[in-house]
Design a protein around this ligand. Structure first.
Ligand code: HEC
Length: 194
């Protein structure tokens, strides 16, 4: 009986030792191989910061909003910095400047310069309001995006923006950009593996 018991205890101790070693190994793998600090982020942590929206609309969450709805959000959350019609400032001017880009005094705004409406959604979602970024709901972002586009004469007051209609908007300066012709930089360039 005694030998059976001590064999069982030995097995138990070995199992614990194996468990500790396995855990150490796992931690070592998750740490930066160079400096041995930190750990790999969890899936949930990655998801929380994975908010990128690409020009074609990939990454846009479901939601909706119109300029009529966005006016209220804009007045409350944006107007102090961008002015009642988006033209007054004191911070960046968001409206106007169409046709000014080739003039001696180019005025780059969402309406005159930005090539994609989806980028406007992404920017407002991640960076605005300046002092409280990423605090708007998806619907509020659709609505304020619609309002800024409406102020620029790009969408109607009651046009609904959602994950399908937003990428379909043709921004005034969409074709105002030229691809970089340098072979090592331009669109044909092969991505260097890092
Ligand atoms: C406290 C002031 C403040 C508030 C409030 C604010 N913004 Fe801004 N906004 C800024 C500043 C400052 C910049 C320029 C940031 C930079 O260049 O890094 C900016 C830039 C922008 C731009 C980019 C303009 C461009 O052409 O580069 C957009 C679009 C914008 N804001 C939209 C909004 C919207 C929509 C809201 C409300 C939801 C809002 N902002 C609220 C201060 C503010």
């Amino acid at each position: 009986m005694a030998t059976v018991r001590s064999a069982a205890i030995a097995l138990f101790v070995a199992a614990i030792a194996l468990f500790v070693v396995a855990q150490r190994l796992l931690t070592a793998v998750a740490q930066s191989p160079t400096y041995g600090v930190g750990r790999a982020p969890t899936r949930a942590e990655l998801k929380a910061i994975d908010i990128e929206v690409t020009p074609d609309g990939k990454g846009l969450p479901r939601g909706r909003g119109t300029a009529a709805e966005g006016k209220e959000v804009y007045t409350r959350r944006c107007e102090t910095c961008h002015g009642p019609t988006g033209k007054e400032g004191p911070q960046d001017v968001l409206v106007g400047g169409r046709g000014s880009l080739a003039s001696p005094a180019p005025q780059k705004t969402v309406g005159s310069y930005w090539p994609y409406a989806t980028t406007l959604w992404d920017y407002i979602n991640r960076a605005m309001p300046f002092e409280h970024p990423s605090t708007l709901t998806a619907d509020e972002v659709y609505a304020t995006t619609a309002y800024v586009l409406f102020l620029n004469g790009i969408v109607g007051e009651r046009d609904e923006l959602n994950e399908k209609t937003l990428p379909a908007i043709n921004m005034p300066n969409r074709s105002g950009f030229i691809a970089d012709p340098r072979p090592d930089i331009g669109p044909g360039a092969k991505q260097k593996s890092r």
